[in-house]
Ligand binder design. Structure first.
Ligand SMILES: N[C@@H](CCC[C@H](N)C(=O)O)C(=O)O
Length: 282
């Protein structure tokens, strides 16, 4: 039986199937991506990650990100830490640069987690705040965007390589995110759809965050969503430029640097190594 190896990894429970196409290309049609990501028909994951040869000299690897709906995304914070750790391991180094369709992401090992795997800081690039960059359909102040449903109103827009709308609420757990998330994701206000974050202030420098991810649904953690939430809360004067974000799967520390880049620090995990039947790829 012909098989293709894969790694199953996760960052705070946001889980990935990682395929390596650096030496031999894989023919991943949207339908094949959907099947691999499907938890009944394939392996199952929140995002399918494909490693490819970098096209920029400074980069160590190119990371392609696919959502379970088969669509491609420009950023995935949790997967970036996982991929960085794989390449650091291969190269016996504590620093690598991960290339994505949105840019180059410098990644640094900063310590070891309680699971014996590295804790990694990724420079997720600049937070983009102009309405055209989110993007949204009409000119507006992205600190107060004119879109919402029911208890979710007046969000902050941030592009972290992918589009986010962060809504501030008193009780994140009480929000029916599975019902409201898809409606907001597909609202015509967001021409490229959007990741929908629901953030609750827990203290001076602490947020709770739940995210309905574009093309994926509710996940246990969203790294780019955590970056967007701290940028949003900081713009609203709710937290300083560095804060902890508590997600269902664990905590990320986020810092919005003076040059507008956003630094995300957190752990990673390897679940298992497996073999994908080639029939899923043909
Ligand atoms: N899980 C991710 C984000 C994945 C992409 C997102 N669903 C999108 O379509 O933009 C993260 O950790 O950032």
């Amino acid at each position: 039986m012909a098989t293709t190896p894969f790694l199953k990894m996760h960052g705070l429970g946001n889980d990935f199937v990682v395929l390596d196409a650096r030496t031999a290309a894989l023919d991943l049609t949207p339908e094949r991506r959907r099947v691999i990501a499907d938890r009944r028909l394939g392996v199952g994951c929140d995002q399918l990650i494909v490693l490819e040869p970098p096209t920029e000299r400074e980069a160590d690897v190119f990371m392609r990100i696919y959502n379970p709906d088969g669509g491609e995304a420009g950023a995935c914070g949790n997967a970036t830490r996982c991929v960085a750790s794989v390449v650091m391991d291969e190269r016996k180094t504590d620093h690598v640069t991960v290339q994505t369709i949105a840019g180059l992401l410098d990644s640094q090992k900063t310590g070891m987690g309680s699971n014996g795997l590295p804790v990694i800081s990724v420079d997720m690039g600049p937070a983009r705040l102009d309405w055209r960059e989110i993007p949204v359909r009409e000119a507006c102040d992205t600190n107060h965007m004119p879109v919402g449903i029911g208890p979710l109103q007046d969000p902050v827009g941030t592009n972290m390589g992918n589009p986010h709308a962060t809504f501030f609420v008193d009780d994140a757990a009480a929000i029916p995110l599975a019902e409201l998330g898809p409606k907001l994701e597909h609202d015509r206000f967001f021409p490229e759809r959007a990741n929908i974050g629901v953030a609750q202030l827990l203290g001076d420098d602490k947020l709770r965050l739940r995210v309905w991810e574009r093309g994926a649904g509710i996940t246990l953690a969203c790294g780019s969503g955590a970056c967007a939430a701290v940028v949003a809360a900081s713009r609203r004067g709710l937290v300083p430029r560095r804060a902890d974000v508590i997600l269902e799967g664990g905590t990320l520390t986020i810092e919005w640097l003076r040059d507008d880049h956003v630094l995300m620090t957190g752990g990673i995990a390897v679940a298992f190594k497996g073999e994908l039947d080639r029939s899923l790829l043909t």
